[in-house]
Design a protein around this ligand. Sequence first.
Ligand SMILES: Nc1ncnc2c1ncn2[C@@H]1O[C@H](COP(=O)(O)OP(=O)(O)OP(=O)(O)O)[C@@H](O)[C@H]1O
Ligand SMILES: [Mg+2]
Length: 304
Amino acid sequence: MQPARNGGTVINVEGLRKTYGRLAAVDGIDFSVRRGEIFGLLGPNGAGKTTAVECIQGLRPFDAGSVDVVGLDPRTQADELRQRIGCQLQQSALPDNIRVWEALDMFASLYGSPVDWRRLIDQWGLAEKRTARFHSLSGGQKQRLFVALALVNDPEVVFLDEMTTGLDPAARRVAWSLVEELREQGTTVVLVTHFMDEAERLCDRIAVVEGGHIVANDTPMGLVSSSGGGIRAVFGCDPAADLAFLTAVPGVGEVRRGGRRVEVAGDGPHVALVAHDLAPEDFRVQQPSLEDAFLRLTGHGMEE
Ligand SMILES: Nc1ncnc2c1ncn2[C@@H]1O[C@H](COP(=O)(O)OP(=O)(O)OP(=O)(O)O)[C@@H](O)[C@H]1O
Ligand SMILES: [Mg+2]
């Protein structure tokens, strides 16, 4: 994880609210993003992530609150804002017959100071598809093209909404490295993702969104230590074995059993097992992960 380049705030959102009829898709959220950081938005389907980032980018009107991106107000300065930010949208489309290079060339021509889009073609693994038409690209290739298009104006802030959905594992890792490179160059990145490994690896800070609210905002490690729950010891043993002794051991919280599988959560459940000479099968100790924190924060934790 890297410190923010100069600590200045580049996005400031206060009391943002967006309704669709009676549904408050974004129900009063506040957060800020520092220059040069990768800021993640995590949340279940329908939490309001896309709505929030599209309001912030000036792509949707909103009902209340204030938004400042690179010193601009997306409600009144959307055109100027578009020159300075990059948008990879969750839902995008291009004309079926446009070729990869033509799309990049066309987008580049819309901006005053475009980067060399030929480099983007190479970086995003599209060299072989340079002259291919949009409709002939695979899902992952289309996705890569949309990310490349988001970067064609050398944006100060880039919004990536599910950037790696549909990418194969190798392409995902390449995409991660490229996002890290963007941070190296000082670009600020807002990353919407459902992948915990991606969020953990890339994000300096993460806001967890649920039901239009931000329920937590911290570093990945901070989220895990405050909400990830305790250590878990997982092992197999005879379903008839009497494990009642476990609940009386200091350091043991919850004991759950399903067939041969036993899961013991707490501060030091593994110590209890080793000390009792239980000889558990396939014994594993699991540290709490970002996924555990996410599931607890969004109400889908161990109880489900
Ligand atoms: N144009 C629209 N009209 C009406 N309701 C909408 C519209 N766009 C989104 N919604 C609703 O607003 C809520 C938030 O949607 P949004 O797309 O922001 O969620 P999300 O967090 O991006 O979800 P996902 O992870 O599935 O992409 C959902 O209940 C959705 O049905
Ligand atoms: Mg979305």
